[in-house]
Design a protein around this ligand. Structure first.
Ligand SMILES: Nc1nc2c(ncn2[C@@H]2O[C@H](COP(=O)(O)OP(=O)(O)OP(=O)(O)O)[C@@H](O)[C@H]2O)c(=O)[nH]1
Ligand SMILES: [Mg+2]
Length: 461
């Protein structure tokens, strides 16, 4: 990646017919001259940094007006990339803005790669790596809580935590290294104090690693499959949870044939809810294909809601389905149609235990909505996703692996301390831990790693 190039991309979403404004962003040494060469501003508008100009994007060869637009010039270093940036705010849609981008490319810019603007912002010291990743996480956030978490990262919450830990390790490193070089000239090392500090930093890292799971839940969400025999009310439950008539419901067993996905947010956790075909033996070819998909969804889900009909009771077929749920998958057995088996006066289920002794984890009525809240609470709890309100910073997968590696290195350093090995045995592992933390913030990170991180970003960011 070479920042002597000027790069350009459409920075806004490309959905046909959606969005009234589309932005072409240009960054690099030629950004200003390219913008000036394509833009005609009427009247006495002043061309200066951080001022918006009104005018037209004009094809310099044919003289044709391509779009009516606003131009925003941001001379470096007062820009996102710290290079000179020009943004052309065009009309939304697909055609005109593509032509504007093509004119910009013809004038000497090259197409930006995914995340390349952010990568330049990082390389020019505008953002550390945790903040750059938070930008991407903010864009892809699927719930308000996930967005808040990303904003906390963007404000530097994670960078400050990691940097503080790294500095504590650097202090201990300095103590140790001084002893390696000048053992005789210094007071003896307070070994237990150093070990105590390493253990304390290790414990904080372990805590961050443990909390990463919660952040992952808020960011990535959960895939939850609703499975069960035909006609038990799976599609009705999907409709109840997504609060709209998403799936077709009939009293005919075998109504749902294909997988149906619904995106929703429960207590801040984004969920992809999957309605599946009722699983049974059948000769119907289409239904059989649907059932295969249901089995695949069951096997791949983070959590399974196994639904059965309380009025019909727990059957051997229900039991067989329960045995299909993989061992590590969160499972909730849900008795549905409680309205058919409760006393009409108090509307409470008669008995949580089924006649043959199979306990339902939750009892609901997908038709009346009774039990919905208990179901949501039990599902989130079973997935370890309840009580996420207190999460302040959360490592992503890359950061978590590095923090875990740093904690492991510190544990090895402490072992060396325990065995009273010479100082230089400690420093190898301590240095490794410092290196890992530096990779989180980007202070010590290879170009290959950077390319991998930024390649996950979207084009134009
Ligand atoms: N009384 C009562 N009826 C329900 C309840 N939930 C669903 N039903 C009815 O049960 C029938 C089947 O509901 P669906 O939601 O289509 O069941 P399904 O599990 O998706 O069925 P398939 O797609 O065929 O596997 C419909 O007539 C629903 O109205 C409930 O809680 N109480
Ligand atoms: Mg259905």
């Amino acid at each position: 990646m070479n920042s002597s190039h000027t790069i350009a991309a459409i920075a806004t979403a490309l959905a046909p017919g959606q969005g009234s404004v589309a932005i072409v962003r240009i960054s690099g040494p030629k950004a200003e001259s390219i913008g000036a060469g394509l833009f005609v501003a009427p009247g006495h508008q002043v061309w200066e940094s951080h001022r918006v100009l009104y005018g037209h994007v004009v094809d310099p060869v044919s003289g044709e007006r391509v779009d009516e637009a606003l131009l925003l010039l941001m001379r470096g270093p007062r820009s996102f990339t710290r290079e000179t940036v020009v943004e052309l705010h065009c009309h939304g849609g697909l055609v005109a803005v593509q032509r504007v981008l093509e004119l910009v490319l013809a004038a000497g810019a090259r197409r930006a790669q995914a995340g390349e603007f952010s990568q330049r912002a990082f390389l020019n010291g505008r953002l550390d790596l945790t903040r750059a990743e938070a930008v991407s996480e903010l864009i892809t956030a699927r719930s308000r809580r996930a967005a808040q978490l990303a904003m906390a990262g963007l404000d530097g919450g994670l960078q400050r935590r990691i940097t503080a830990l790294r500095e504590r390790l650097l202090d201990q490193m300095a103590e140790l290294e001084a002893r390696v070089d000048f053992e005789e000239d210094l007071p003896p090392l307070d070994g237990p104090a150093v070990a105590g500090e390493l253990a304390a930093v290790g414990a904080e890292l372990a805590q961050l690693v443990a909390e990463a799971r919660q952040g992952e839940l808020l960011r990535e969400g959960l895939r939850v499959a609703i499975v069960g025999r035909p006609n038990v009310g799976k599609s009705s439950l999907l409709n109840l949870l997504s609060q709209r008539e998403r799936a077709i419901v009939t009293d005919l067993p075998g109504t749902t044939r294909d997988l149906l996905e619904s995106e929703l947010v429960l207590d801040g956790v984004p969920l992809t809810l999957l309605d599946t075909a009722g699983i049974r033996e059948t000769g119907d070819q289409v239904e059989r294909l649907g059932i295969e998909r249901a089995r695949a969804a069951l096997a791949a889900a983070d959590a399974v809601l196994l639904l059965f009909d309380l009025a019909a009771g727990w059957s051997p077929e229900d039991q067989a389905l329960r045995e299909l749920v993989p061992a590590g998958t969160a499972l909730l057995v849900v008795g549905n149609k409680a309205d058919l088996v409760v006393a009409p006066v108090d509307r409470e289920p008669v008995d949580r235990e089924q006649p043959d002794g199979v306990p339902a984890d939750v009892v609901i009525s997908a038709v009346s909505g009774a039990g919905r809240e208990a179901l949501v609470a039990a599902l989130l709890q079973r997935c370890g996703a309840s009580d996420l309100q207190g999460v302040q910073v959360a490592l992503n997968g890359r950061q978590r692996d590095l923090a875990a590696a740093a904690a492991a290195s510190l544990a090895r350093a402490l072992e060396a301390a325990d065995q009273q090995l010479p100082w230089d045995f400690w420093t190898i592992d301590l240095r490794a831990a410092i290196q890992r933390l530096g990779e989180i913030t980007g202070e010590e990170v290879s170009e290959a790693v950077l390319d991998r991180v930024f390649a996950r970003f979207c084009i134009g960011k």
